[in-house]
Write a protein that binds this ligand. Sequence first.
Ligand code: FAD
Length: 500
Amino acid sequence: MQQNAIRKIVIVGGGTAGWMTAAPLAQRLGRRCEIVLVESPEIGTIGVGEATLPTIRFYNSVLGLDHADFVKKTQATFKLGIEFKDWGHVGNRFFHGFGDFGPLLNGIQPHHYWLRLARTFDQMPAMDNWSMASVMARTNKFAMPSDAQPQVTDAFTFGYQFDAGLYAAYLRDYAMARGAQRIEGKITGVDQHPETGFVTAVRLDDGRAIGGDLFIDCSGFRALLIEGALKTGYDDWSEYLPCNSALAVPSARVAPLTPYTRSTAKGAGWLWRIPLQHRTGNGHVYSNAFTTDEQARQDLLDGLDGAALDEPRQLRFVTGKRKKSWVKNVVAIGLSAGFVEPLESTSISLIETATGTLLELFPDREFRPELANEFNRLINSRYESIRDFIIMHYKLTKRDDTEFWRHCANMKIPDTLAEQIELFRETGRVTIRDRDSFGLPSFVSMFVGLGIEPKRYDPFVDEVDIRQLHGHFAGLRDLIAQAAAKMPDHAAFLASNPKA
Ligand code: FAD
């Protein structure tokens, strides 16, 4: 062990972020470094956060989780993407599926060919017919990518929808089996070094002090260390993303069990619907400047497919991110680092990114500032690329039926996003600013789904005979539809609970 190695890590908070951080740290360092997690059952966790991105599979596999066991213990279902209803305009319905739109053709992205076909043939089916994930989702089918027909194996991927509380408990057992310790208690104070400002200990209401070398702030919106003690500051993005409230309620499971999350745009926000094995998670994300809490509650209850199992729970948030996630010897992960509404289920993926990046840049007790700078650069860039992707969902609306949607259509947006939209509108091309975040098929799904009709497509597309092209696309569509038809129902697949 190097002389200056970290000897003790204190994780503040035992929500999804706390245990998702404790698990890989315990896996790597559990035997040679003390890992202590402090949580307060009295304060509790936020209790939402059920839909994920496909990146969660990488996180789980690095931990070596048993897939079948994880699915069973967290009541998980498979997620092939998101269905968007009434986004763009009322009556609109499309999928953002996880995967691509078929193979490249002469080295060119398939959507360019589709754009040409859509201009030529009036009855050209919507582009998500060439997304394997979307076709499976629409027909409630599921199979592992490795079991699908060879021609479509690379074309789709999946994430999970799970009970966030059960997932945190699952990772708690994992981390504690590898040496992490859990302390119950309410933190009421933070000790800092009088000269450096480094955090030296957290103090509990019963007088205990828990000291450490590295502190990870997973205290949720409270941000006890990164903001409470270190006063880091927050970039408020409300001007771009006006939603600031949510109501969440579980409802009874109803058939069919869909392998996707649904997002339905409403007058001042949107409803989420996340099917799990044992129940459905529902919520309404909205702006209380454009509707009342009572109306939002009614919209949520009116939109349920099954009976409500509880009273809706109210949450408020300020969209944005901490100016820096790593300051001195404190690293903020989870809601303490920032929050962008869950329209594309990005918060848990941000936790994955933060824990992975922390492990890559793991410090010693010298806490070289270069490490924190690099961490902050990477995390800020990820938050900003997600922010832009989410703003685009609102900005591209053609809805003008409420004050909220008129506001979204006219609001100012970051230059980075304005350039992305203009490039697609003019040329059908997509700029990807963060290659580890949403990729080209995701941008194309949303741009086309929300109604952008690019003025041009890749000029090389005109080299191909249009009839041949039409035949090729028709053949590919049939292949995808046939492959999906052979797959089991999502519910039947889950019941068989095969290994990944
Ligand atoms: P929390 O769950 O709030 O945990 C904070 C922890 O800190 C708790 O253990 C608490 O007890 C502890 N704590 C706080 N103060 C003290 C104290 N003084 N002393 C001791 N302990 C303390 N993400 C997704 O990826 N997909 C989704 O579908 C999704 N949906 C969401 C919907 C809504 C409406 C919201 C608001 C968020 C959603 N998220 C989603 C985000 C997701 O819920 C969070 O990213 C995730 O749960 C992580 O939360 P956390 O662990 O940072 O905070």
